[in-house]
Design a protein around this ligand. Structure first.
Ligand SMILES: *Cc1c(COP(=O)(O)O)cnc(C)c1O
Length: 240
């Protein structure tokens, strides 16, 4: 089977599982965006997939975001930054992506503000929350979320659009569901806190193994890699 046909079948399968979960949750079709997590995939593969029923792309590395944008691989669809962002990569990222989903520190907020001001634009961001355990390295602890929200509110060149989470991969199905439910609670609390600059309409959670559970708990954007593109290949590290 050619690559496009395989990708099309995979996207159709993901879409139908999304529709099932939406129906089960009593939510409307179209309530959840499908973000294709395209890290490690070539520009050619990403370009093929961009013809399909995918709403947007998510990259983990600025270099891949730049390379695939320059190659026209996303075919006018948005590409978000979803991977851990180092402060020294902020300069290349701001203004190149509609949404930075992985902001988890005051330092990063300040770096984004500085660069966005320099470029005279407003950068949309999500705050990434470390939900479901200390095993996860990225994300702000839930108890530190409100101070970070308040810090973001004070920065004129960025706008918080919502929250993102990656629960630890080794959670049981029940625990993953509980982690997603905890995220939904935080999201609703954030919406109720009367922030004036933030526009809280995105709850980004759910990956290949757990996107149905995330949709049942209120996700508005799932980030799916393996279920669309197949297993990722990472070259083995050289050993000495
Ligand atoms: C890789 C990645 C995904 C997708 O993971 P899969 O298990 O391949 O679906 C989603 N979100 C982030 C932040 C990722 O790095």
């Amino acid at each position: 089977m050619d690559e496009l046909t395989t990708l099309r079948q995979n996207v159709e399968t993901v879409r139908s599982r999304m529709a099932d979960a939406l129906a089960k949750a009593g939510r409307k079709e179209g309530d959840v965006l499908l973000c294709a997590a395209s890290k490690t995939r070539t520009p050619a593969t990403v370009r093929l997939s961009a013809q399909l029923d995918i709403d947007l792309f998510g990259e983990n590395h600025v270099q891949e975001l730049v390379e695939k944008t320059d190659a026209g691989a996303y075919l006018q669809k948005p590409a978000h930054m979803i991977g851990h962002l180092q402060t020294n990569k902020v300069k290349q990222t701001v203004g190149r992506t509609a949404l930075i989903q992985s902001v988890d520190s005051d330092r990063l907020l300040k770096a984004i503000q500085k660069e966005a001001a320099k470029q005279d634009l407003c950068q949309d961001i999500l705050l990434e929350v470390n939900i479901g355990g200390e095993a996860s390295k990225s994300g702000v602890a839930p108890e530190a979320l409100w101070p970070l929200m308040e810090a973001a509110e004070a920065l004129p060149n960025l706008r918080v659009r919502g929250l993102m989470a990656i629960p630890p991969a080794d959670l049981s199905e029940d625990d993953a569901r509980r982690a997603f439910a905890a995220m939904r609670t935080l999201f609703e609390q954030a919406q109720g806190r009367g922030y004036t600059r933030a526009r809280l309409d995105i709850l980004s959670m759910g990956m290949s193994d757990d996107f149905a559970a995330a949709i049942l708990e209120g996700s508005t954007m799932v980030r799916v890699g393996t279920a669309i593109y197949g297993a990722r290949y990472y070259p083995p590290k050289a050993t000495v």
